[in-house]
Write a protein that binds this ligand. Sequence first.
Ligand SMILES: O=c1[nH]cc([C@@H]2O[C@H](COP(=O)(O)OP(=O)(O)OP(=O)(O)O)[C@@H](O)[C@H]2O)c(=O)[nH]1
Length: 629
Amino acid sequence: MVLCPVIRKLLHKRVVLASASPRRQEILRQAGLRFEVVPSRFKEMLPKALFPSPPAYAVETAKQKALEVARRMHQKDLRAPDVVIGADTIVAVGGLILEKPVDKQDAYSMLSRLSGKEHSVFTGVAIVHCCSRDGRLDTDVSEFYEETRVRFSELSEDLLWEYIDSGEPMDKAGGYGIQALGGMLVEQVHGDFLNVVGFPLNRFCKKLAELYYPSGREDPRPAQSHQGRGGRDEDGGERTQAAGPEEAVSSRTGHSPPPFPTGLLELVDSFKASKALFTACKLKVFDLLKDGAPLKAVDVAGKLGASACGTGRLLDACVALGFLQKTDRGYSNTETANLHLTSDGAYSLRGLVLHHSDHPWDLSARPESAGRDGVDPHDGALGERTGPPCQASCAHSEETRLGLLRAMHSLAKLTARHVATAFDLSRFGSACDLGGCTGALAYVLAREYPRLRVTVFDLPEVLQHVAGFQPDGPRTEQVSFLPGDFFEDSLPEADLYVVSRILRDWPDGKVHELLSRVARACKPGGGLLLVDVAAGPEAEAEAEGLRRRAGGERSAAVYAHLLRRLGFADVRAAAPSATPTLHRACARPASPRAHPAGLFPPVSLIRVGQTASPREELGTAGSCKCGAP
Ligand SMILES: O=c1[nH]cc([C@@H]2O[C@H](COP(=O)(O)OP(=O)(O)OP(=O)(O)O)[C@@H](O)[C@H]2O)c(=O)[nH]1
C-alpha cells in the first residue's frame, strides 16, 4: 500500500536505490516505493577533517554514492534512471565520526565509547534526478540529513563481547543494530527511529513533497510554478527541477490538464507484478535461492535452463517487488520469499500463487458474463452455478483439485491462529469443522485447545487428498476426518461447529439452509464459530440483488440478524487483532467490492454464536428456522 502521495508519484519513474543495505531496501519497500537496487561502489573515504560537521560528511558521502551509480548506469546504457537515491548513516560522539567497524576490536572500541552516554546518529540522503541528453548525463541533486539522539546504558565487558560475538555489529554504523539485538543496549531514543536503522523515511517523504509540490499542495495536479534547475533548498542542497512531464505541458500551454490518473495506470500495469510473481514461483526461483549463497542471474538461468537476459529481467522484477535482494554477490531471497514463496516455507503461499496463475479470474476470460444476472466469478461459463471452488473443482482434473486444495490450505494455515484465538473456545470439548478441507484450521484449534477433539467434515473427494497435508507432531491425534456433505448428510455431533470461508460461496437460500442445519444440530450451550470475509455496509447494499442469486461477502449485520433468527444467543463479532499481512503486492484494495471473489480473502470477520442453554430456547431455534424467509 502506498500511503504517501509523493511516493505514489515515483511509481511511474525508474527509481534506483544506490545502497546494499538490506535495512534501507526494506524501509523503502514497506513504504510502497518501487525501485531497483544498484549498490554504490563509491568508497566511503572522504577526508572527515575537511567537513565542518559530521552531518555534512554523511550528506556528501550519500551524494557521492548516488552519483557514482547514476554515472555508471548512464555509461552502461547511455540511459540513466530517473531518480537515484543514496544514503549514508554515521554515529557521532565526542567530535568523532564512527562508521561500520572494520573488525571485532574496532567494534569493541566503538561500543565502549558509546557505553553510558548519548550520541547522535546522522543519516545523509541524496535524491538525484537524472536526465540523459545527447549522450550526456545531467543531474540535479537534492540532499538533506536527519539527526536522532540515542542514549546507551552502561555496558559490561561481558555484554559487549557477547554482542560483538553475535556478529551483528559488523555491517552497522557505530557497531550496533538498534532494530535487533542492539536494541538491548539502548536506554533512550530522541527522534526518528528509522533514521538510526538507516533511512529517515518521514523526512524523505517531506523532502519529496517539497520537491514535487513546491507550493505546499499535496495535489496530484502539477504545480503552476516551480524552481528552476540548480536552486538551493533550505538545507543548502542543490534543488532539482522536480516537475514531471505533466507539469511541463501545463506551464507551456497555460491550461491545467486533468488530474494524472495514477491509480488507473497502476491498475493497468499491476498484472505485470502478479505475472512476475507467478513466473518466479512456477520456475521455483525462490526454492533455488533458499539457504544457499547468492547467485548471479546467469547462474540462476543455467539452473533453470532459461535465457540469461530474460532471467535477469525476472530477477530484477522480483527485487523491485521485494521478494529478492540484490548485492554485488548476486540475488538472494528476502524473508518474505523464504517464508511465503518457497515450497516448504513455514507459511508457504506457493500453492495459492500457482492456483491463481493457472486459473485466472473468470471475469477477465468471459467479460460477457461479468455482472450480468448476478453471475458470480465462480460460476460456469454460462452463469450456471457449479458451487464453491472446492466443489466446482470436482468437475475438473485431479491435478486442478489438488492445486486448489494447496491454495486453500496455504491460506487457511496463514490465518488459522488468528481464527482459533479470536475467542476463548476452551469450554468446548468437541468441534466439527464443516468443509474443513485439509484440516489446516482443525490442527491449529487442537494445538490452541489441548482438550478439544476436532472432526473435519468434508466431501469424500476432498478428503481422499488430505494425507499429503498432515502436520507432524503432537495433537494430531485430536483431529479426525469424516466424509460427508453438509447439505445432505447428518452433521456429526459436536459442542462447537465451525463454518469457515464457506458461506460467501453460496447464495442466501443455501446459507440459510446450512445455518439452519447447524442450529438444529447444536446442543444446548453449543456454539458456532463463523469465519468469513465481511463486506462493508455500502458494498452490502449494492451487492444485495446479486447475492440473492449468487454468493458474495455479507456484512456483519446480515450474519448477526440471521443467526439470531435461528436461535443463536450471545452473537459476537471480532476482527482479528492483527489481520495477517501478505506482501504489499497482495494488499487488499480499499473497497471490498473491488477485490475479485476468492483472490485474497483475509479473515476480516469472525463471530461466534451460542445456542441459548435452556431447552425451550433451543426449540425456539427450531421454530425460527421454519418461519425464516
Ligand atoms: O541501528 C542501526 N544502525 C545502523 C544500521 C546499518 O548500518 C549501515 C550504515 O552503513 P552505510 O550508511 O555506509 O550503508 P551500507 O550498509 O554500507 O550500504 P550502502 O551500500 O548504502 O553504502 C546501514 O546498512 C544501516 O542500515 C543498522 O542496521 N542499524
